[in-house]
Design a protein around this ligand. Structure first.
Ligand code: ATP
Length: 245
């Protein structure tokens, strides 16, 4: 559903992402992790068609992002960690606008259930500028999910959510994957990645340092056998001497 080959992004003298290749099948949740500045957001923004890669091929739901950007983008939803909303549209107006933007008027019927799933029903008539940070996050996710994307990309989706919101968001992400959506989840919250993701892609200084299930990654390194993702991550990113909390 997502196929990435040799993705490279150069900013001036800095290579932010270098020769990254991976794929995500329908129903799979790939955890994208890496230290600050590793190139995660650059990767997600390239996959979403927001920035143009310097090199490489990206296919979203079998559509080449460079050759057929409208179809590729129509099949995906990207929810950044700082969602951009329209301050003078209400919650309901955001969703109805999204349905029109993606030319899926029939999804308007799904709006009440979507608002209920994300606990926004009583905010349907509130302006985006009147929402709390967590509610803004939920609205961005509702807009992303409404058009039933084949590919869902989330950057730190739990930021600002309360404990019940976190539980529900985890269920929402898992349910979408179970229904066949290919998901990329980027987060520094390694327990979340371990809980939800079927495979993990660890990047460091723009390059892939590990890719697979935690068991597969540890199998290549006998010293990491039986270790959790946090220890694998710290070791593979050269931060292995960091003291445990
Ligand atoms: P974090 O965990 O801190 O969010 P990240 O893994 O998402 O980090 P990126 O935002 O992709 O990292 O940044 C990767 C590198 O590219 C960094 O060195 C960053 O300074 C650089 N970079 C990102 N965007 C630009 C830009 N528009 N112009 C120049 N350099 C950039």
């Amino acid at each position: 559903m997502i196929e990435v080959r040799d993705l490279t992004k150069v900013y001036g003298a800095l290579t932010a992402v270098q020769g990254l290749s991976f794929s995500v099948a329908a129903g799979e949740i790939l955890g994208l992790v890496g230290p600050n500045g590793a190139g995660k957001t650059t990767t997600l923004r390239s996959l979403a068609g927001i920035i143009r890669p310097t090199r490489g091929e990206i296919r979203i739901a079998a559509h080449d992002l460079a050759q057929d950007p409208i179809r590729a983008k129509g099949a995906l939803a990207f929810i950044p960690d700082e969602p951009q909303l329209f301050d003078y549209l209400t919650v309901g107006e955001h969703l109805r606008f999204t349905a029109r933007l993606y030319r899926q008027p029939e999804t308007v019927a799904d709006i009440p259930a979507m608002l209920a799933e994300l606990e926004l029903s009583d905010k349907a008539d509130s302006l985006a500028s009147e929402l709390s940070r967590g509610m803004r996050q939920k609205l961005a996710i509702a807009c992303g999910l409404l058009h039933r994307p084949a590919v869902l990309m989330l950057d730190e989706p739990l930021t600002g959510l309360d404990p019940l919101g976190i539980r529900r968001m985890k269920r929402t992400i898992a349910a979408r994957a179970q229904a066949g959506t290919a998901v990329i989840l980027s987060s520094h919250l390694l327990p979340l990645v371990e809980e939800l993701c079927t495979r993990v892609l660890i990047i460091h200084r723009g390059e892939r340092v590990a890719y697979g299930t935690t068991a597969e990654i540890a199998a290549d390194r006998p010293d990491l056998a039986g270790r959790g993702l946090e220890e694998i991550f710290l070791s593979l990113t050269g931060q292995g001497d960091a003291p445990s909390p």
